[in-house]
Design a protein around this ligand. Sequence first.
Ligand SMILES: Cc1ncc(C[n+]2csc(CCOP(=O)(O)OP(=O)(O)O)c2C)c(N)n1
Length: 707
Amino acid sequence: MSSGTVTKTKKKTGKNLDKESLIKALKLMYQARKADDREIMMKRQNKVFFQISGAGHECPQVAASMHLKAGSDWFFPYYRDRALCLGLGVSLLEMFQSSVGAEADPASAGRQMPSHWGHKDLNIVSTSSPTGTQFLQALGCAEAGDYICSHRSELPDLPAQADEVTMVCTGDGTTSQGEFCEALNTACNLKAPVLFLVEDNGYAISVPVEVQTAGGSISGLVKDWTNLHHAEVDGCDFAACYDAFAEAVSHCRNRRGPALIHAHVVRPYSHSMSDDESNYRPSSEREEDARRDPITHLSERLLKKGYLTQEQLEALQAEWTKEVDEAAEEAEKYPQPEADKVYQNIYSPTVDPTSDEFSTEPQFEGDPTTMVDLVNSCLADEMKRDPRIRVFGEDVADATRSDVLKECKGKGGVFKATLGLQSKYGNDRCYNSPLAEANIVGRAIGQSLRGLKPVVEIQFFDYIWPAYHQLRNELATMRWRSGGAFKAPAVVRVPIGGYLRGGGPYHSQSGEVLFTHTPGVRIAFPSNAEDANGLLRTAIRMDDPVMFFEHKHLYRQTHNKGRNPGNEYCIPFGKAKVVREGTDLSVITYGALVHRCNQAAKLIEKESGLQVEILDLRTLSPYDWEAIALSVKKTSKAIVAHEDTLSWGYGAEIASRIGDELFEWLDGPVRRIGAADAFVGYAPRLEDATLPNAETIADSMRSLLGY
Ligand SMILES: Cc1ncc(C[n+]2csc(CCOP(=O)(O)OP(=O)(O)O)c2C)c(N)n1
């Protein structure tokens, strides 16, 4: 090259893309559409059992795949994202394996509907069906990447890239879900590298966008949000989409904040094969969509540029269709999972929390202290041991503005369970979340997917409901629905229960049974300081999601104090404790009723000499059936006692199993004790009338002993 000649590499833009890139893009779009068409045919032939297509949405997805890196960036797609996944490297065969429900399906091993994407090697996280649950998880995933990079030397085994981007996709209707705003707000606040793609086809099934969004445009609402890069594009124009993603990805990679691309796409087919859009869309509108079809447009561009002749295009189309058909035919050879696989991957296949591995001897030190103190010391010890642990929730930090800690002693949780953790381990190990419970759990799921160990707090059980969707449909299902490819072993600590005086209906709730009814999560409910410490340590070290219920009233009692059992003390899950031996009646209980049942048993002994045995379950899922059976076989009479409301409660399950499996040993009906089927009132007289107490429990014991 002669000196003085300036060579300039022309920046690749959507307009000047080379022939190969454009043909590659067209191939992805075309094959995605043909795969949908083939799946539609297979549904009609009863070879697949559900179909929802990505038709009309292909263009922005393919553009995104050309700027992002599979296996290094992270993806939270939604069901229309076939072209994105194809572009990232999911094969046609893998897609059809999912269509036919084959065990070989890498997305879910035959467990989820087709188009519920997932691919471990490509960092495509398991897609679920609830619209909108993906946003907060994507945010958590992005946060995890940056956290891992900033703790690189302590976390050498966790993969993350300093410039990685997390992409999350959605339809326009789904932006109405509150979690969309929660995630975008926090992503903007944290400048998190999350790329939101809104694929706006104007409808959510039959409901048009003006019902969803003020002003009819999500761009109008969010375009000026702090730190957000925003672009609105014609999602049928490949060049425009290509350029929009170039800028958005660069904004995220350079850690300037999140980005949102609002792409106007078309929906040439009905919402799904269960829908007929001619019932609510006039033909003129559908014809207009057809005129905007992105595949026709890109094909015309290739012809116009002279990159392909009509004959060459048709030859390529025939070749691409053949590949689709061959993949579909091949997938039909793959079998569905055997029926016994239904129980596989509900819980960790490798770490058994009931095993002896979690049975360690206490090494007591210090004077007896309260349950909340021993929860706090367990958290502190575990955080020291494991840099993967991050504690967050409402008010859990000592102070978000840490400067004030020179003068103030810090908040550390409304019950002080997390006091000092931020000061000891830093602002990125213990921090405050926004006042939004789904935000806490959704982000915890996203972080745990990356191998971190979030130990989050829901301030009061009474306010867990905004997070229930994330807990029930996401946290609990992640491992099972992905066929074991992904897991979310976060710990959710939840202060729970009544007996507080002045608690009223919104600071006294129980409701653990709603979670014991959910496969996939483990449930602990300790009754005393030492158990709380040992069970929490097990919860943190095991590999399943855990709901850890801490009874608020038990936090600072004297009767359940304990000495610090040392920083290796673990108690296995599913191992009950006989807290009082007896021969005449078994009471199976947990939480705040352990103490009350004990008081009642003492009364009974005093008045009649009869001996009541009390079993503290300690964990509710799994629970110790062996210990229950042993006790009931000895006493022949059983009461199941809990603080939660009586009907359809935890006691119903245990009582029914005792009736079923221990019938021959019984000398009386199995009784249940629970709260009145009402709410806990503020006035002490109302509270007393609702919750079980030592006298009402003793009444029940007397009645059964006399049977
Ligand atoms: C939480 C929840 N509510 C309702 C549904 C049923 N549903 C599935 S898709 C859908 C419409 C989604 O519309 P949009 O977000 O605009 O995406 P599009 O299908 O148009 O691409 C609805 C209501 C669901 N899956 N999840």
